[in-house]
Design a protein around this ligand. Structure first.
Ligand code: TUI
Length: 311
């Protein structure tokens, strides 16, 4: 499947792996890139030295292009931005904010920049500043989310910008990929599907929580604090939503989630931790290799897009 994005990124499959904090380290990024997609190291709340070491380790495992995601709410983001320019990584994706202040530096370093956006407004602003593509991420996604669904957001972003658009949020198989292409996407970004992969370093409890999830098992916490986060339902979300309903303060709510992603991903505490995952979790029924994910998703999408949906 050749698109402007497979050309731009020099990849075989038009599939980008989401830059998930704690889960997407160099092991996952290298596995996805080696299998022909674009692997991404998720820098989350890490510091600049961690990021530099991850980039170096990833380069030892793959000669293929890979990227780094910068979570813009991270207080270390300015130093990480410098490290990525120094290291001249192939691609940067950004999330949870506008990367405006870093764009010039990254462009001068020859880095391809693909901000994740949750609105048409930010997509247009990014295009004006010369980014290479945008990821239009719907509210079906796990983690930090906007409010518009992929089905509504993606075609509106496609209509608003000329740069290639990556569809994300609620995509985990060839049907989702084909649907995104029908809406005008030239690649897809998948997160949750790659958490449930053999190569992801997430604790097995985390992977099994996704595999066992049903369609209605994800919830959004933080609607009242202005930082909505989608996670899988557990003891923590029950308490959080109860407190939120009672009008608890930001500080009180934050206390419940502090370090929660780490404890779920690293320690496997999926009862009290933050199990960030998308709405499509209910459709994911197995843990398989990144290579199998990329191949199965693309093969199914190609068949459907070539008229294979007809009975
Ligand atoms: O960034 C994400 N998803 C994430 S980041 C993350 S790490 C985290 N951990 C704890 C608390 C908070 C975050 C987990 N999941 N997705 C990309 C994304 N970006 N989704 C939505 C946005 C977004 C939202 C508003 C981007 C820009 C924006 O407004 C910026 C502006 O200035 O208009």
């Amino acid at each position: 499947m050749k698109t402007r994005l497979t050309e731009l990124l020099n990849i075989e499959y038009p599939i980008i792996q989401g830059g998930m904090a704690w889960v997407a380290d160099f092991h996952l990024a290298a596995a996805v890139s080696n299998a022909g997609g674009l692997g991404i190291i998720g820098s989350g709340g890490a510091d600049a030295e961690w990021v530099r070491n991850q980039v170096k380790s990833c380069r030892e495992l793959t000669d293929k292009p890979f990227g780094v995601n910068v979570m813009l709410m991270n207080p270390h983001a300015p130093e990480i931005a410098d490290v990525l320019a120094e290291e001249k990584v192939a691609v940067i994706t950004t999330g949870a904010g506008s990367p405006e202040r870093y764009l010039k530096k990254w462009q001068e370093a020859g880095i391809k920049i693909i901000p994740v956006v949750a609105s048409v407004g930010l997509a247009k602003r990014m295009e004006k500043l010369g980014v290479d593509a945008v990821v239009a991420e719907g509210t079906e996604s796990g983690g930090h989310i906007g409010s518009t669904t992929t089905m509504s957001l993606l075609p509106q972003v496609v209509d608003a910008v000329k740069v290639p658009v990556v569809g994300a949020g609620g995509i985990a198989d060839g049907r989702g990929m084909a649907a995104a292409f029908m809406l005008g996407a030239e690649a897809v970004q998948m997160g949750t599907r790659f958490v449930a992969s053999e190569e992801a370093i997430a604790h097995d409890n985390y992977k099994q929580k996704i595999v066992k999830a049903s369609d209605i098992d994800s919830v959004v916490t933080g609607n009242t604090t202005g930082h909505p986060i989608r996670t899988l339902r557990n003891k923590m979300t029950k308490k959080y939503l109860q407190l939120e309903g009672e009008g608890a303060s930001f500080e009180e709510l934050e206390q419940l989630t502090l370090g929660g992603l780490r404890s779920a991903v690293v320690d496997g505490d999926v009862m009290n931790g933050s199990v960030m995952a998308g709405q499509i979790s209910g459709m994911i029924k197995d843990v398989k290799s990144c290579e199998a994910i990329l191949r199965d998703v693309t093969e199914e999408a190609e068949r459907l897009l070539n008229g294979g949906w007809k009975k």
